[in-house]
Design a protein around this ligand. Structure first.
Ligand code: IMP
Ligand code: MG
Length: 192
């Protein structure tokens, strides 16, 4: 991936935020390589089609930006849902609020939902129900991270970047209390 604006500084090996310490987990090179592979799989599966990538804000914005640039052979369109976040907590409240729906019509379209991370699966289940009401031709799901053993999903996530243990991660779009989304690598919370 070509990050022209990014300075060529190494990713720090750990970051302290208040009393929490986060350790480097996935380098930006590792992420970029995997995003490219996901893009190639999507290009193969959607050859000749014009899918709509529907990003889930805020967390998916960086992943989506890199993913759509990894599918140069496809004629893609992009729209967004915005869901309420965890706020300042590190676990889901279990309540989902839609703060913004897609603007474009998804009727008859091939939709690819792009999510940063699937934890309980509640957010993705909510989005799937909303999108199915809009009568798309097809819906598939792409998540950069899928937390193993946590998701209660009753459907498949078609494209997964990384299956990870139940742990809290930040960077590359993922936040802790809305901060640190701009880290270029992904960091995981050090357990005491
Ligand atoms: P779910 O609804 O429990 O699957 O949670 C999904 C949403 O919670 C994601 O879209 C993220 O915004 C947020 N989330 C879940 N796990 C993490 C994490 O480890 N770090 C940061 N955000 C997370
Ligand atoms: Mg999210």
């Amino acid at each position: 991936m070509n990050h022209l604006a990014a300075p060529a500084l190494p990713n720090p090996s750990s970051i302290s935020i208040g009393t929490d310490v986060f350790d480097l987990y996935l380098s930006e090179e590792t992420i970029a390589e995997r995003v490219l592979q996901l893009g190639q799989a999507i290009e193969r599966d959607y050859a000749g089609k014009s899918p709509v990538f529907v990003g889930i804000l805020n967390g998916a914005f960086i992943f989506l930006a890199d993913l759509v640039r990894a599918v140069q052979t496809l004629d893609v369109e992009i729209d967004f849902y915005k869901l309420s976040s965890y706020g300042n907590r590190k676990i889901s409240s279990g309540e989902i609020q839609c703060l913004k729906a897609v603007d474009m019509s998804l009727a008859g379209r091939d939709v690819i939902v792009v999510e940063d991370i699937v934890d309980s699966g509640l957010s993705l289940t909510y989005i799937r129900n909303e999108i199915l009401k809009l009568q798309p031709q097809s819906v598939r799901f792409c998540a950069l991270f899928f937390k193993e053993g946590v998701s209660q999903l009753e459907f498949k996530v078609d494209y997964v970047g990384f299956f990870i243990p139940k742990q809290f991660v930040i960077g590359y779009g993922l936040d802790v209390a809305q901060k640190k989304r701009n880290l270029r690598a992904v960091y995981k919370l050090r357990e005491p």
